[in-house]
Design a protein around this ligand. Structure first.
Ligand SMILES: [Zn+2]
Length: 208
């Protein structure tokens, strides 16, 4: 997803729950995953290349890191780790065909509006048809240049990130479903991370 939408998702999903400093540290860690060093060889940051298991392992590793940092009274590390995992969570909806599969259930009928999207339909999350876009370097780089975009799309296969992504509204009506699913899922993952934490550690996480 483009940076501006990661920022929007963070504020929409967690703005009511967290202190300003906590939210800004998390958002910074989230968008840093898209820097150049995080693009090459880090499928788990973005749910790219069908790396579902690797990405789920990465998310749980970051969640565990956030909790152990809180236990050490290190709120900054906890916010940073949580911010990193939210990036992967949000990219799931922009880089996989989850939204396409969800919408296909309403074949021939008008689908519910985007805020009604179910972000954790177990039948789809574990569907054998679930795929995420493959990143074909170096051709994929051309896609990010407006001038070369149409050429790259002509050359890249349909299972590429270039063809499959829902990174921005330019990709059409499915983008809004990806955005709303990412907002809902970020909130679900926040609640999951907080669940069972002692009250003082929860307070340490949300204040700041
Ligand atoms: Zn990303």
């Amino acid at each position: 997803m483009l940076t501006e939408y990661h920022i929007e998702i963070m504020f929409e999903s967690l703005g009511d729950h967290l202190g300003t400093r906590a939210l800004s540290v998390m958002t910074t860690a989230n968008i840093k995953q898209d820097q150049f060093a995080g693009q090459i060889g880090h499928d788990e940051y973005h749910f790219d290349n069908n790396a579902f298991e690797k990405t789920y392992a990465y998310i749980e590793e970051q969640r565990a890191h956030a909790i152990s940092s809180l236990q050490k009274q290190d709120a900054l590390s906890a916010w940073t780790a949580f911010g990193r995992m939210t990036h992967s969570i949000q990219d799931f909806y922009a880089h996989s065909n989850y939204i396409t599969l969800w919408l296909s259930r309403f074949d021939g009928r008008t689908p519910p509006p985007p805020p009604e999207v179910d972000p954790v339909d177990p039948g789809l999350i574990h569907s054998p048809d679930l795929r995420s876009g493959k990143v074909y370097y170096p051709l994929e780089i051309l896609y990010f240049s407006r001038r070369w975009r149409s050429l790259s799309l002509r050359l890249l296969p349909k299972d590429s990130h270039a063809w499959m992504n829902l990174d921005s509204p330019e990709q059409g009506f499915k983008f809004e479903y990806a955005l709303q699913a990412a907002i809902k899922r970020t909130r679900i993952e926040y609640e999951k991370t907080m669940k069972g934490l002692p009250r003082e550690l929860m307070h340490l996480f949300v204040s700041g």
